[in-house]
Ligand binder design. Structure first.
Ligand SMILES: O=C(O)CCC(=O)C(=O)O
Ligand SMILES: [Fe+2]
Length: 387
């Protein structure tokens, strides 16, 4: 089915100082949604956004807003993201002995540092190939006690706050659209719908994540971040090099390669696109928005939290260190993950709070035998055909 708009510009524009994304690999047909139009309440754009959330659960959001009077200022978010890419490089450049001081997993917290290879990417326990640093929204906004953090990061708290405000604003805009389209139960609607379960100043597992993946050998086993669904509600993602892949459901076709010209590593890139996997081409001026498991549960499966992973960047991009910047918006800690739509109570399994769900999923992927324990809604995500 047609699922993309093929505007030529700026889709082929790259990021300054980075090798271009190759034209020789299949890509995922993410819709391009305009933040400007969403903020103006444009009904067609809201409908496209809703459709993207039901069909693939992933879309590009064009942040090049002109009018900053309403809601989120996309241009300022783009500037914050640019600065955060520099801030995270400063942190990841520290000695590993310094960085591991900020790994708090043994205290039951997923905030702070996760070293290279500390997570697993599959049920065999294969080690990941990336480093993370997770910053808590509640810590940044002064809603919880401050975790220790290194000076290179501590000095940028005002930037985190600005970035969190804008990213959370985007999540709110998406949640409002979903709330107005889902058949939410009367009590949920009366209580303010989905945005009321994700208040910026309530305690939640919302976080910023910095990710670094060193250049890796392009081979079929080069998975930097294993296949997963995100466990919150809405994710706002900035990346500049390819490597992110989504596994397309059988009712959505990949965009075929633009050229068949031979480049080094083509064979591997192509093999990494078997079984429905397709690359997401990074676009300047845009972020990538995707939905997480909590929205699958709230909508009783109507919304999609799609499986994705990070492999070695394709073509000549594979020689460069990859950084990405993520904001995860999650339900408030005490919210129960259950269907909130009319008549939708037939979900299986125990009902957990957002806090329990996040801890199980985040920390499960740090132990050799944690794969199954850490599973989310992957089975629903790979359902085929109708919704
Ligand atoms: O680095 C990326 O492009 C994606 C990261 C991601 O999926 C995650 O951190 O959950
Ligand atoms: Fe993810």
């Amino acid at each position: 089915m047609p699922h993309s708009d093929h505007s030529p510009s700026p889709l082929n524009a790259g990021f300054a100082d980075l090798p271009p994304f190759p034209e020789t690999v299949p890509t995922a047909p993410l819709l391009r949604i305009s933040l400007q139009k969403l903020l103006q309440g444009n009904a067609d754009e809201e409908e496209r956004c809703w459709k993207a959330c039901c069909d693939l659960g992933f879309f590009y959001l064009d942040l090049r807003t002109e009018d900053t009077a309403q809601g989120v200022d996309g241009q300022s978010l783009l500037r914050d993201a640019d600065q955060l890419f520099e801030v995270m490089k400063g942190f990841f450049d520290l000695d590993v002995q310094e960085k591991v001081k900020y790994d708090f997993a043994d205290q039951g917290s997923y905030f702070g540092y996760k070293g290279l290879g500390v997570g697993i990417v599959d049920k065999k326990g294969t080690r990941d190939r990336n480093e993370f640093y997770n910053i808590s929204k509640d810590d940044t906004l002064g809603l919880s006690s401050k975790l220790p953090s290194p000076e290179v990061l501590n000095s940028h708290r005002a930037l985190y706050e600005s970035y969190i405000n804008s990213s959370h604003g985007i999540c709110d805009a998406v949640l409002s659209i979903l709330s107005s389209r889902l058949p939410l139960s009367a009590p949920t609607t009366q209580n303010g719908g989905l945005p009321a379960l994700h208040k910026l100043h309530s305690i939640s597992g919302d976080q910023i994540r910095f990710v670094k993946a060193p250049p890796q050998k392009q081979d079929i086993a080069s998975v930097a971040l294993g296949e997963h669904t995100d466990f919150g509600s809405v994710t706002v993602l900035f990346n500049r090099l390819g490597g992110l892949q989504v596994r397309l459901p059988d009712y959505i076709d990949a965009i075929p390669p633009v050229s068949t010209g031979k480049t080094e590593g083509l064979g591997v890139d192509t093999r990494l696109c078997r079984d429905g996997w397709a690359y997401v081409r990074p676009l300047p001026g845009h972020c990538i928005v995707n939905l997480g498991d909590a929205l699958v549960k709230f909508s009783n499966g109507k919304l999609r939290s799609n499986i994705h992973r990070v492999v070695a960047p394709p073509g000549e991009q594979g020689a460069v260190t990859r950084y990405s910047l993520v904001y995860f918006c999650r339900p408030e800690d005490e919210v129960r993950l259950k269907a909130l739509v009319e008549g939708g109570d037939e979900q299986e399994g125990e009902e957990v709070t957002a806090k329990e769900w996040i801890l199980r999923r985040a920390l499960g992927r740090r132990t050799q035998d944690g794969w199954e324990k850490s599973e989310g809604t992957e089975a629903v995500s790979m359902r085929s055909g109708g919704k």
